[in-house]
Design a protein around this ligand. Structure first.
Ligand code: ADP
Ligand code: MG
Length: 438
């Protein structure tokens, strides 16, 4: 009897709600609701998750209040019952899922993506009671801490990342926000954290995802009416690595859903690692509440590596690939490619490709020819460092000597020549140049 009246009251509400929200929203957020009880003027509705409830409260509370008052008078109230298991009426009872019937495999490997495809449900959440899933973490094992050369450019970010990987969710670095320009190692570091966590804690659920992929998955979930499944999936992750979150800029709905996932994970002591191409404060089109969350943890930047680090990176790469190159070639490349690490690697690869194509040893001449394609012109702006080094090589005097107060002829000449070149071939001010010469 009561159930029936709960039903009829709710159906009347739905009629009104339908006219006030988009068809898509209606399908996503109202169709899954089940009216369960009507007690005086309190209507209890059943929703499939905590998240679902929060979403309704956040986005539809006014509408819900208005409609329910219309039906049940001014003292009307709405209560929620959250039933997580198998409550989604849109989910067919048969689940296409490997081994799910075997009973002893509670933790099957989950493909990715795992959302609705056609009529088949690939989502493990519809398996009642499944609390933990075995997710493919989407990690490339080459991106590890070993292969990530340390330098002044990345020391803070790298060590914070390492600390996080030893104790995910258990440091003050949550979220850890890594920011820096293109090709400076954000993805590498995020992946290294994931790999390190997996090595330390094989049972932890780690997931690397680009913001773009996250966004697309979310859109698909909306389209397929499986937003709940989407959110549930992400809420089961122990260490979530989200790359390039600047991509969330001006995407309100995605930010909204990410905000909820973020909160859930953070509250439950799960680790978040985010990367962005600029400092969080400069992120455009990002909700304030999300930005304020980022401040809870640590933001660490990645800078362009200095000359020595660039050499170390090249050497590491060569060693890993079993390549040997003359020292002067390595130095030449490191001197001239000073924008980012990706370009540095690309220069090395193209050098090797050319060499093998021409069946030639890589020597400085070849390097000069190849590198020319990389930098607009080799004689473009050069750095003071480079000038000093070249000049000192020529005079065979140590670079340090340029700064010393000495009257030795050789040094004086080297210093004068370097200063002359610096003045004419760099954009540095005389004051700055002077500083560089002690
Ligand atoms: P981003 O994500 O910041 O654009 P990536 O992480 O993709 O940059 O890095 C670009 C390339 O440079 C990758 O191949 C990466 O392995 C390499 N790289 C970046 N920083 C370092 C480093 N410190 N040591 C070794 N390789 C690096
Ligand atoms: Mg990247």
């Amino acid at each position: 009897m009561k159930e029936k009246s709960a039903n009829s009251v709710w159906n009347n509400c739905l009629e009104i709600i339908k006219d006030n929200v988009s068809a898509q929203s209606f399908k996503t957020w109202f169709e899954p609701i089940r009216p369960v009880e009507l007690e005086e003027s309190v209507l209890t509705i059943q929703v499939p998750s905590q998240f679902f409830y929060e979403w309704l409260e956040e986005h539809y509370v006014a509408l819900l209040r208005k409609t329910i008052k219309r039906e049940l008078g001014n003292s009307a109230r709405l209560e929620y019952r959250i039933v997580v298991e198998n409550s989604n009426a849109n989910v067919p009872s048969t689940v296409d899922y490997p081994n799910q019937n075997s009973g002893n495999n509670q933790n099957p490997e989950v493909g990715f993506p795992y959302f609705l495809s056609g009529n088949q449900i690939k989502n493990p959440f519809v398996i009642p009671g499944l609390k933990k899933i075995n997710v493919d973490p989407q990690l490339n094992s080459n991106y590890n801490f070993d292969s990530l050369v340390e330098g002044d450019c990345n020391r803070l970010a790298r060590s914070a990342g390492y600390a996080v990987a030893q104790k995910p969710g258990g440091t003050a670095f949550n979220p850890l926000v890594i920011y820096g320009g293109v090709g400076l190692g954000k993805t590498h570091l995020a992946q290294a954290i994931g790999n390190e966590v997996k090595a330390n804690f094989p049972n932890k659920t780690v997931l690397y995802v680009s913001s773009e992929k996250f966004t697309n998955q979310f859109f698909d979930a909306v389209k397929n009416n499986s937003v709940n499944d989407f959110v549930h999936f992400y809420q089961l992750i122990d260490v979530l690595l989200v790359d390039d979150i600047q991509f969330f800029g001006n995407k309100e709905k995605t930010q909204d859903i990410f905000f909820h996932i973020f909160n859930h994970l953070h509250q439950n002591g799960k680790q978040l690692v985010l990367t962005t191409d600029r400092p969080p404060r400069d992120l455009e089109g990002m909700e304030e509440r999300l930005l304020s969350r980022f401040k809870w943890g640590l933001s660490a930047d990645l800078q362009v590596p200095d000359f020595e680090t660039r050499i170390a990176i090249l050497e590491k790469k060569m060693y890993a690939d079993g390549i040997e190159l003359p020292r002067e070639v390595v130095e030449f490349v490191a001197y001239n490619i000073n924008t980012n690490v990706r370009e540095l690697e690309a220069a090395l690869i193209s050098l090797l490709a050319q060499a093998s194509l021409n069946k030639k040893e890589v020597d400085l001449d070849l390097a000069k020819k190849i590198i020319k394609n990389f930098v607009k012109s080799i004689s473009r702006e050069v750095s003071i460092d480079y000038i000093q080094k070249t000049v000192c090589d020529y005079f065979t005097v140590p670079v340090d000597m340029l700064r010393e107060k000495t009257r030795k002829r050789m040094i004086v000449q080297a210093r004068q020549l370097s200063m002359f070149l610096a003045k004419n071939y760099t954009k540095n001010s005389l004051k700055f140049i002077g500083k560089n010469f002690g």
